[in-house]
Design a protein around this ligand. Structure first.
Ligand code: FMN
Length: 209
């Protein structure tokens, strides 16, 4: 028999997605970084769900570009230090109530290192193993938030994660920091070789180990 279900008015639908640190350029030329996890990916595009009141959304709309820095599980304490900070001087009533504070120097606050990007004016996060330079294609209303459609222009990958001789990330070596129901998880364990991975002829897939 399967599980017994109950109708529940669920308040949170964060089932487990990788944490991304979004870099955007502030009007004064400094870089803002903000953790987010409402991101999904298709080909070389990403759709990012960001609140309207975030500095990230206003910076992305003004500059038309951003960097998506993918956080690995070992960066969890750095990411957590950013959790209740905003680069926006004007805090929304919701953020005031939750205890957020304005912080213009996010890299210092998180103990992370800025690294110049090639194509985007905002700095990348040096500690993140995967950094994706993007241009903003479009922005749409999405519930109370904005959906930011970003196109990946250039990908920087930690060489130790690349399947040798290929342009692929080794899925067994990439250990994303995941957010599930607002808590942090890591150590994604291999389950079984995937038929999709086989059909795509993905190098480094589980079949190998
Ligand atoms: C792990 C994690 C995931 C988050 N995911 C999102 C998200 O997907 N969308 C969003 O709008 N805010 C998300 N937040 C909250 C933002 O980080 C928060 O609004 C922050 O103030 C944005 O910074 P900014 O105002 O400097 O852009 C998340 C926070 C954490 C810690």
């Amino acid at each position: 028999m399967g599980p017994v279900h109950k109708v529940v008015p669920l308040k949170v639908h964060y089932y487990g997605t990788p944490v991304v640190l979004i870099s955007t350029l502030n009007p004064d030329g400094s870089t803002n970084i903000a953790p987010m996890s409402s991101a999904w990916w298709l080909d070389s595009d990403a759709m990012l769900g960001m609140s309207r009141s975030s500095r990230t959304t206003t910076n992305a709309a003004r500059t038309g570009e951003l960097v998506l820095n993918l956080a690995s599980a070992d960066l969890v304490h750095h990411v957590d230090r950013l959790a209740l900070l905003t680069g926006e001087e004007e805090l929304s009533p919701h953020k005031l109530e939750k205890g957020y504070r304005y912080e213009p120097r996010k890299f210092e606050a998180a103990g992370l290192t800025p690294e110049p990007a090639d194509l985007v004016a905002a700095d990348m996060v040096a500690e993140c193993p995967i950094q994706l330079e993007c241009k903003v294609v479009d922005m749409h209303d999405f519930g109370n938030a904005r959906a930011i459609h970003a196109h990946i222009l250039r990908s920087h990958v930690d060489t130790s994660l690349i399947v040798p001789g290929t342009d692929y990330v080794d899925p067994a070596l990439w250990n994303p920091l995941l957010m599930k129901f607002c808590d942090f998880f890591g150590a994604a364990e291999p389950l079984t070789p995937s038929r999709l991975a086989a059909a795509w002829d993905i190098p480094g897939r589980l079949e190998r180990i």
